[in-house]
Design a protein around this ligand. Structure first.
Ligand code: COA
Length: 384
């Protein structure tokens, strides 16, 4: 390192840096709790629909029945199938990652929005409604086209979770959309994934917003950040790992060998929570309930054995992605679609943060400590 910057206080990964205020959610690692607008996430999971939580994140208060009805009416009016989006999705390679499809779909939606962009919150919420309605349809279409199946039409009478499951799996007897308990467990995962303060993808959305760019650009960037295995991509890696281990009796050996090789184990650890992730107990309860209904005892055993082995060796606890991965597997999703499911939920939090950023904006632009060459003179090419 150059001596010019040796003594500067560099906080790699912005670890421990408080970058701004937020009123959207509060992560409290000391009490292992998380609140959205002041409400404990565990309470919201037990008593609210995903739409109520979405409303809360955006507006700051839980809706009355009338407010929710109006909110749903508005949101569901965006559920029309766009032939351009259908053609776009069907034109993309079938072997590309579904997160790439989703990122492309949002970028495309930005090109189709003819309303001039303003930083006004009502305008941003309108875009948010559009994304909330269109993104689940894009994911469902992508799931089906890879299996050579036709599109299932959206249903304006269904909630977000049920409508999405119907579009992804159809409405037959075997579809999770036909089982209210499966729909509810899936909806709980959406509530748990909806928001988590200044995580990497939300911060990405805020950085883009801080330049006064538009919402589609901010969400496209956020999807790119979420894709990474150190962030949202972890839920897929959890399931790939469980499938690779295959036998729960081999879980402890696998954990120990991986740690001996100094590799990271996905689904464990957290930048903020060091004594456990506050969302895990609720998601774990849904995962166990799904396993009961769908003959998933093997995955529960795998989950338990991996968690015990990791705890004994390192003390590092599971994060939300650890129970969410096998829960999505039991619902019947292909592993590559787990992170797109996270997007469908987190778009609620991203939008709330975009509005908050615009309301009190300051360009996000940190400094860097230079550790390259000392200043020097250019030698013309003929003399080099
Ligand atoms: N597997 C193995 N070791 C882990 C680990 C994991 N999942 N998580 C943390 N550690 C280790 C680190 O390597 C570090 O070891 P060291 O001190 O010997 O270098 C130590 O535990 C402390 O980690 P820390 O620096 O506090 O973690 P971080 O804040 O930099 O990273 C994560 C947080 C989330 C990036 C990290 O825990 C991780 O990579 N987890 C796996 C990915 C994941 O599940 N992401 C989803 C998060 S919700």
């Amino acid at each position: 390192m150059s001596n010019a910057t040796e003594n500067q206080d560099v906080r790699k990964g912005l670890n421990g840096v408080i970058a701004d205020y937020t009123g959207v959610s509060k992560v409290m690692p000391e009490t292992n709790s998380l609140t959205y607008r002041g409400y404990a996430v565990q309470d919201l999971v037990e008593h609210c629909s995903f739409e109520e939580v979405f409303y809360l994140l955006w507006k700051g208060e839980l809706p009355t029945a009338e407010q929710l009805e109006e909110f749903n009416r508005k949101g569901r009016s965006h559920r029309s199938l766009d032939p351009g989006l259908i053609a776009l999705i069907h034109s993309l390679p079938k072997d590309c990652h579904p997160m790439d499809v989703l990122r492309t779909a949002v970028s495309y939606m930005g090109t189709k929005d003819v309303e001039p962009f303003t930083t006004d919150s009502e305008h941003i919420f309108n875009v948010g409604h559009h994304l909330l309605a269109q993104l689940p349809m894009a994911v469902a279409m992508d799931i089906r086209r890879r299996q050579g199946l036709d599109i299932v039409a959206p249903d304006p009478d269904k909630g977000v979770a049920e409508n999405f499951l119907s579009m992804a799996f159809g409405v037959g007897e075997d579809s999770p959309a036909s089982n209210p308990e499966d729909v509810r467990d899936f909806e709980k995962s959406l509530i748990l994934y909806a928001e988590h303060s200044f995580n990497a993808s939300t911060f990405t959305a805020r950085v883009i917003t801080s330049t006064r760019s538009d919402v589609y650009s901010a969400i496209t960037g956020a999807i790119g950040a979420l894709k990474g295995p150190l962030h949202g991509g972890a839920n897929e890696f959890v399931m790939h790992t469980m499938l690779e281990i295959d036998d729960p009796a081999k879980a402890a050996d696998w954990i120990n060998n991986t740690l001996d090789n100094k590799d990271v184990i996905m689904g464990f650890g957290h930048r903020v929570y060091k004594r456990g992730d506050s969302r895990v107990p609720s998601m774990e309860a849904s995962f166990r309930a799904l396993a009961e209904r769908h003959d998933g005892g093997k995955w529960v055993e795998m989950y338990e054995n991996m968690a015990v082995a990791m705890d004994e060796r390192t003390g590092i606890k599971p994060n939300l992605d650890f129970p969410a991965g096998p829960a999505y597997y039991l619902l019947g999703f292909e592993v590559d679609f787990f992170t797109p499911l996270f997007v469908l939920a987190r778009v609620a939090g991203w939008t709330a943060h975009i509005v908050e950023q615009y309301e009190n904006n300051s360009l996000i632009r940190p400094l860097s400590a230079y550790n390259g060459s000392e200043q020097r003179e250019v030698t013309p090419i003929a003399q080099r």
